[in-house]
Design a protein around this ligand. Sequence first.
Ligand code: GTP
Ligand code: MG
Length: 459
Amino acid sequence: MAAFFGANEIWERRAEDGRETVILVGVRETNAEDPVKEEEFRHSLSELAELSKACGMEPADTVTQSLARINVSLYVGAGKGEEIRTIAEAFDAKRVIFNDTLSPSQIRNLQKRLKLPVMDRTALILEIFERRARTREARLQVELAKLRYLKPRLIGMWETQNRQGGASGAMSAKGEGETQLEIDRRTIDHRLSELSKELKNVSRERATQRKKRQGSGLPLVSLVGYTNAGKSTIMNAMLARYPSDASAETTAEKRQVLEADMLFATLDTTVRRIAVSRGKEFLLSDTVGFIHKLPTSLVEAFKSTLEEVTQADLLVQVVDGSDPHYRRHIEVTKKIIAEIGAGHIPMITVFNKADLMDPPVAYPMMGSVEQSVAGTSNVNLYLCAKERESIEFLCGEIFEILHAERITKTFLIPYERGHIVSFLMESAVVLDTAYTEKGTRITVECDRAAAERVEKALS
Ligand SMILES: Nc1nc2c(ncn2[C@@H]2O[C@H](COP(=O)(O)OP(=O)(O)OP(=O)(O)O)[C@@H](O)[C@H]2O)c(=O)[nH]1
Ligand SMILES: [Mg+2]
């Protein structure tokens, strides 16, 4: 991958050390089907500034424009193009970042006009993902997403430059990027198919692990939500409060996940067993966070990572309740959840960071029905992930909902099927045991799903 992308100056030619001065540009489209409100527009630009900082850039200025429609050839209006150029020169900016996905021809025209490399929001998010990707699966997925994004752009450039008889094309601001010409459609397609194959293998491994976990009969609870909301903090706090001592678990499985005050701290999916007491256990998964305008190519490429979410019995949507834009975050999360096919799964909403909320709220506390987020979930909690009491409260609620699916059942298990008894001892609350002529008669309280599996095994 390094060799392949080494030739691509959209990302790689940027100095990794030292912060690069950049100018941000956003257009508010007033005639769009669903025009964004001024306030939301500002928010998305401040998010763009955060994204650029996360990529080692220093935004010096933000240029905005309201247009009835985005300019098809230049994204901004022609006059605005000149203004951006003047501002970029004044700040000695090295790059201009645009708040929307640019078409290949917009990139070309803008670079020609501005005489600077341009980057769009999608490329920026892809770059952060690339920097953060640690596991093999995450790296493969990011490369796939990036290549899908790049393909039309590289080919567009290749064609333009060929038409120009090899003259330095629009992408090659300041003489960079000639090697781009060497990358042709076949190379890209070849790599794309290699990546898809590798990812299929990884996805198969993941499916095997999942099957093994399903064998434990434990319900799966998935943490989902906007980036930086506190998902990993909740995961770690749960692990610390209710460590599982199941002998099958390795030290690695008990390991905590990375929590950090940065965008996209988590890029993979981690599943851990949370044991409140014997028979009161569930699996908890923590995964990649979402963001407004998360590139479709990323959502698609991260399908296998996100599969854990689609398999969950319960979703816990974590919201940074102290962020003034939390409503927007909830909307984005809801949309992505539906996109990946998890819209039907029951969900609790956690308004996290209650300790930072202004005006202050009491916590841990159950939100009122009026505070419920329409169409999202009807159970909502105010919490502070960093406090033990909040974590216990959340766990209680999770069980409350999971237990709605709990039943009491008696089984007669032949002595030669002892492993089924062990399974029930592990995953259910045993209410009564008797040893009869025909086998062990055992009465348990367990998940409906676990009971169904035992019935099937005995039939
Ligand atoms: N004050 C306060 N800070 C919190 C709370 N929960 C999390 N944080 C902080 O918020 C930041 C982000 O937390 P993470 O747990 O990494 O967030 P995440 O949702 O996993 O983020 P991504 O992995 O990027 O999707 C960290 O600096 C946490 O310490 C809370 O309840 N109160
Ligand atoms: Mg995280």
